[in-house]
Write a protein that binds this ligand. Sequence first.
Ligand SMILES: Cc1cc2nc3c(=O)[nH]c(=O)nc-3n(C[C@H](O)[C@H](O)[C@H](O)COP(=O)(O)OP(=O)(O)OC[C@H]3O[C@@H](n4cnc5c(N)ncnc54)[C@H](O)[C@@H]3O)c2cc1C
Length: 445
Amino acid sequence: MDHTNDVQHIARVVLGPADPGYDEEVAGFQTGFRHRPELVVGAADADEVRRAVTYAAGRGLTVSVQATGHGLPGASDGGLLITTRRMDGVRIDPAARTARIDAGVRWAQVVAAASPHGLAPLSGSSPGVGAVSYVLGGGIGLLGRRFGYASDHVRALEVVTADGELRRLTARGPDGDLWRALLGGGNAVRLGVVTAMEIDLFPVAALYGGYVRYGEESVETAVRAYLEWTRGVPDEMTSGLAVMSYPDAPGLPEHLRGRYVATVSVAYSGDGAAGARLVAPLRAAAPVLEDTLRELSYAENATVYAEPDQPHAYYGDNAMVRGLDAETAVRVVKATGPGQPVWSVTQISHLGGALGRSGGGGLDSVPHRSAAYAVRMLSVLTPDTGVARVRALHREVFALLGEQVLGRAGNFSFGGGDEVEGLHDTTLSAALSQTKRRYDPTAVF
Ligand SMILES: Cc1cc2nc3c(=O)[nH]c(=O)nc-3n(C[C@H](O)[C@H](O)[C@H](O)COP(=O)(O)OP(=O)(O)OC[C@H]3O[C@@H](n4cnc5c(N)ncnc54)[C@H](O)[C@@H]3O)c2cc1C
């Protein structure tokens, strides 16, 4: 389709594949998959989003959205891509304890704006992740067990639907079904482009947190000790275990090169001395390779999980489980340990606490709240490890969890990770499909 004469009214930045700047505009954190749209619109505000959606709907082009590209579920080929990185406004209301965030804002920006007021958002392990999409997918953050899913704490949101209308939604306002479907089901169901959100902030200025890391000889002990430890911690303690082999690559710290390690990351939002007492069993569980646990300001939260911040190619999926015994956890970890042809990180995130209770009065689509843990796998894609091989490994590993699997979390599938079969709750799926048919009958999104 030739768009040359039609598109200049949409936005200042509208590019086709032959235009300079196209590759940079569609690029994101995920380098293994890239959108290849017929047109990319670099939206600066909600009006440009509306015009882009109206243009696409009128010409039968499907619309995709990208903020940072961390969560690319599967790349689009053709159609129109709206990038939101220019929509980067954050406004804090310290008295109301809220933040208004635009579509392209990353958590780092919200944290930086909120922390001078002694406030924190329900952000996650990586400050580079886009806040809006994270919230739409539920959002399991560093304060999750204390305050619940990020999507439980949205005051209002603004969304451009397939008819090109900008709707302002609240929990008890009109379009309640859309509100409900967006919060928790939002980035997977694709109901529109959320242009801004008002979210709650919490009076958390400091954490006791960081990580404790164990070497290869203690990985199994660490897995067992971690699971045992999670059974007794209060809701102010949110944590996760990651097991991985570091490549023997230059640039990595010497003590990690080529090592197979287990790392327990914790974020405790109570008193520091109590935090230190609570983590004592982790420190005593096995010889410790590295220990960064300390009191830190919430603004330093990126150091808790210390995740890579450079774009790379990866495939990820997850299973939410009602329970996890130590034998099964050890089998899962062993299946992804050294000697495997696919380089993977296996993570076990402790859920429960407020994550198990609906904070939004039941008006949300967060799946599998009763899950006690999320088991996640993330594999690095290289030219030698194609997606098919990685998917096969993931399928094998998730099968080890058997009957304990409830389904998947909205946020932890990367690169078309749709291989954990039959796990969506059927009642929820039916409700979401009905809402999709109502607001996007011709599947513009
Ligand atoms: C390193 C890393 C760490 C993470 N840590 C956590 C964590 O601790 N907790 C957690 O819950 N999740 C976590 N995630 C998952 C993350 O929250 C999701 O992948 C999220 O979708 C990423 O949003 P994004 O804007 O950064 O990515 P994008 O790839 O830009 O967006 C992901 C998808 O969301 C949809 N979308 C984006 N913007 C909009 C919009 N404005 N309106 C409607 N739909 C939109 C699109 O379908 C898009 O494909 C992590 C992911 C990574 C890669």
